[in-house]
Design a protein around this ligand. Structure first.
Ligand SMILES: *Cc1c(COP(=O)(O)O)cnc(C)c1O
Length: 370
């Protein structure tokens, strides 16, 4: 009999310990230099990040949410504008649109990839639509090629919410590199996590990059001269120093997650558990390994009794959130989104997760769903 194991959803200490000295040295350099906000550490990280994402520019900002907000400000989103996005995503996607007085216009997802369904986008375009904001959910890129084609036909900008997808690829090209701008989050649970809040905007557009650099410091190009109204979106140097160290290990961590995902795929094949589907041409970084099960809440509770932590991303669709009631949506408007909210369960998949634990989770999940 296999004894009960304690399986964490994420173990940040396991990631930190092997690189502890290197990280502490990098933080120490910032402490000694006392260049605490933006400055050399941030510039160095921005260059490495732009290389990694295969974009011309990377602009470090204070969080993934601020990356979205700053990017939308950078393309001039204003009250009354409409921005198309999925309803099945983290709150920040639509929250950033609404904070600018613009209207989030929701579109349903594809059941297989959990990403926005490009076939449903055109019907939602009006003369107020300014942008499309696809989300690369759980580490798999949205169908950016199809979305770009729609956007260019209607002269819209594509701001990619790649918060969960740094290094993910579609047709061999990384997240952020195929859209007008891509937004990244370095929240500690993301594949590349800072030691606090941090984010970035990646783009190939020189003018937009320049605008975002100003917007992140209250719209100021030169000290105390404000050309536009921006925000306080600066990246702290200590975060950049940590990210600079961690970026070197990111591909190894992606590979380890993918190995865990492949093992789950194999162990759960042919069962009632629906494993994640990766689109043809996509390379997922598995920020989350999300299965679908019936009686999800019960299955989650049974696993917890066996010592296994899981999570539900996301239990409530954005169109049913109280703060978006004014948009006038109702239950039933986005059937695939609503079904996903009832069925999804994220299993532990972090890079350092031991193989025996993957096997244990799969075994207990099969037992709980028999
Ligand atoms: C994490 C996340 C964000 C926000 O990033 P923060 O750094 O937490 O502000 C935005 N969108 C998606 C899809 C995310 O997963």
């Amino acid at each position: 009999m296999v004894r009960s194991m304690n399986v964490k959803l994420l173990d940040l200490q396991a990631q930190y310990l092997p690189i502890r000295n290197e990280i502490r040295r990098a933080i120490d350099e910032v402490c000694d230099a006392q260049a605490l906000i933006l400055g050399p550490a941030v510039e160095k990280f921005e260059r490495s990040l732009a290389d990694y994402c295969e974009t011309k520019h990377a602009i470090g900002v204070s969080s993934g949410t601020d990356a979205l907000l700053c990017a939308l400000m950078g393309i001039g989103i204003k009250p009354g504008d409409e921005v198309i996005c999925p309803s099945f995503t983290f709150f920040a996607t639509a929250g950033s649109i609404a904070r600018l007085g613009a209207k989030p216009v929701f579109v349903d997802i594809e059941p297989q990839s959990f990403n926005i369904d490009p076939k449903l986008i055109e019907a939602k375009i009006t003369n107020k639509t300014k942008a499309i904001m696809p989300v690369d959910l759980f580490g798999q890129m949205a169908k950016i090629d199809e979305i770009n084609a729609i956007a260019s036909k209607h002269k819209l900008k594509v701001i990619e919410d790649a918060a969960q997808a740094i290094g993910a690829k579609r047709n061999r090209k990384p997240a952020c590199s195929q859209s007008f701008a891509g937004c990244l989050s370095f929240y500690p649970t993301k594949n590349l996590g800072a030691f606090g809040d941090a984010g970035a905007i990646c783009t190939n557009d020189d003018h937009f990059a320049e605008v975002c650099r100003k917007l992140r410091v209250h719209g100021s190009g030169h000290t105390y001269h404000h050309e536009m109204i921006g925000g306080m979106f600066r990246l702290a140097a200590i975060q950049a120093a940590v990210l600079n160290v961690k970026l070197k290990y990111l591909n190894e961590w992606h590979d380890a997650r993918r190995k865990n995902a492949a093992l789950y795929d194999k162990l759960l094949a042919g069962s009632k558990v629906i494993t994640p589907k990766i689109d043809e041409g996509n390379w997922s970084i598995y920020n989350q390994y999300v299965v679908r099960v019936q009686n999800r809440d019960k299955v989650k509770a049974v696993l917890l009794e066996k010592g296994i932590s899981t999570a539900v991303y996301y239990p409530i669709p954005l169109h049913e959130q109280e703060c978006f009631r004014y948009l006038g949506y109702k239950s039933g408007d986005f059937p695939e989104t609503e079904r996903a909210c009832e069925e999804v369960l994220a299993l532990p998949v972090y890079p350092e997760l031991p193989r025996e634990q993957v096997e244990y989770v799969a075994k207990e999940l099969l037992a709980a769903t028999k």
